[in-house]
Design a binder for this molecule. Sequence first.
Ligand SMILES: Cc1cc2nc3c(=O)[nH]c(=O)nc-3n(C[C@H](O)[C@H](O)[C@H](O)COP(=O)(O)OP(=O)(O)OC[C@H]3O[C@@H](n4cnc5c(N)ncnc54)[C@H](O)[C@@H]3O)c2cc1C
Ligand code: FES
Length: 558
Amino acid sequence: MIVSRFTKRVVVLNCAVPALLLAWDASRNHLGANPVNFAIRTTGLLSIIFLLLSLTVTPLARLAKRSWLGTFRRSMGVSAFAYAAIHFNIFFWFDQAASLVDTVSEIGMRLYLLIGFIGLLLMAPLAATSTDGMIRRLGGKRWKLLHKLAYLAAIAGGLHFFLLVKADATRPLIALGILGVLFVYRMTARYLQLNRDSRQLRTAKPVAVGKPRNWQGSMRVARIFKETHEVKTFRFVPVDGGPLPFKHQAGQNLTLTVNIEGKPVRRSYTIASPPSRGHFAEITVKREERGLVSRHLHDQLHEGDLIAIGAPAGRFIFTGNEAESIVMTAGGVGITPLMAKVRYLTDRGWPGPIHLLISARTEADLIFRRELDELQSRHSNLRTTTTLTRENAPAWTGRRGRVTAELIREVLAQDANGRIHLCGPTEMTDPLIALLKEQGVADDRIHHESFASPSRGTVEANTAAFDHVAAGMATLEFARSGQRVTDLMGRTILEIAEAHGIALPYDCRAAVCGQCKTRVISGNVRMDADDALDASDRANGVVLACQARCQDQVVVEA
Ligand SMILES: Cc1cc2nc3c(=O)[nH]c(=O)nc-3n(C[C@H](O)[C@H](O)[C@H](O)COP(=O)(O)OP(=O)(O)OC[C@H]3O[C@@H](n4cnc5c(N)ncnc54)[C@H](O)[C@@H]3O)c2cc1C
Ligand code: FES
């Protein structure tokens, strides 16, 4: 179901109805013998009710499989804050005669007031960050973490209510009971999710996904195609002809090793061609203005050249068996793993609906445009929607602006249970993931990948980690060889291992392939990203050596 702006406004207006009725009764002196007390109690109760409603929306949406219900979560939360604020204001202006000193001393003296006030303070940042813009600004992960405060606020509200009533505690106990049920639901859902993750790991077939480092060798550059002004596709074939020497799945990537100024440099690129075309592998690469490898590929690689390849790796796959439909959102060159899936599914005549949402800067930046038009005209189950973020040309009649929650909702409305795959810059994917989850879309439906570059990540993270190193706190010991390193200089475990001649496997250096997994025996590390880890890895202290930086005295299994 599409939730229009109008519907949302109607809901917000409905949330305001109790306040309007209260104001109406107050204006006519119909609030009983003690109007201030009546108004304080009513607004307080309303605040708790709306807070509980906002926490109920997500489980309800999931259980009822009505993801659009999640759209109302924020309206409920903001209403809860509004009623709590009115509740406090009536107390301050009418009960305490607007005296700051009296209000503070009253709050200090009575525990229930202090707890209630803390609840109000906890709700303030939640209300202030309840806009799409704030989700984008904070990033999905931080926003979600912040909004877990809603549980604390609800506990504070429930306790405040419980400690306030002197005679009949039924209503506060009901409120706390509902909160308890919601909390248990949340914990159980989390536990089941972790269980599912580890089951998936145990039952995973030992195909390419589990053993990404199947094949290493040279391939020949058969063709180079220009896709846009800054994107080229490179087609690799086996040196002696014949079928590909490795088996891959749609959405996996390969690792290229190129020699630049005498040094081997590795980068991961999605295999954009589908596994159904078994005689070549194509990668589609955007030339980064100051990028080491992408510039080398664009400027130095020619048809007929040989190139060192490791393949395949990655879990961002879709085989067609996981769900009956798929919604994919691509930002820029992030379209490559999604294109591999579109090509694979259409090659196979997969019957389910395939939605592809594409976001690009301008029309000139659209990759695979003609091919997608062609595929769409031949496969009625494929639908693409394109939005341009920087296009000023009046000739463009399509959508403009970023991929928004509304746009995703529109597509999801036609497809309530399919898989959702997102690939693009994290500034695009993180807030979208947060919005989807907020709308009640189950975690296991959402899959994403971002194209982190090893070199850029390292530079930023080095600076962040340097304080610990400068303070001389961090050391690293490799248990197998017994080597102990003290001059870590903010480097990752993988970088330190390389510098000390310890061979650790790796492929992507970008938290994607999982090749560099190692177990931390003792000590703490911090990872810039951990996408290749699953729940059971995390539970067993497994880390990604390419991302992990030591925070104290660390011993690793390697
Ligand atoms: C699983 C996976 C799949 C991928 N698939 C694809 C794909 O299909 N297509 C694709 O194009 N890419 C893909 N990538 C990204 C790719 O691996 C590289 O990260 C990308 O090509 C950039 O590498 P580079 O060596 O050219 O840039 P790097 O040298 O690594 O630089 C990274 C970025 O930093 C910037 N930069 C470098 N030096 C400076 C400086 N001094 N000041 C400011 N900025 C600087 C560069 O412009 C660039 O944007 C994928 C990545 C992963 C992890
Ligand atoms: S090298 Fe790929 S995850 Fe670390």
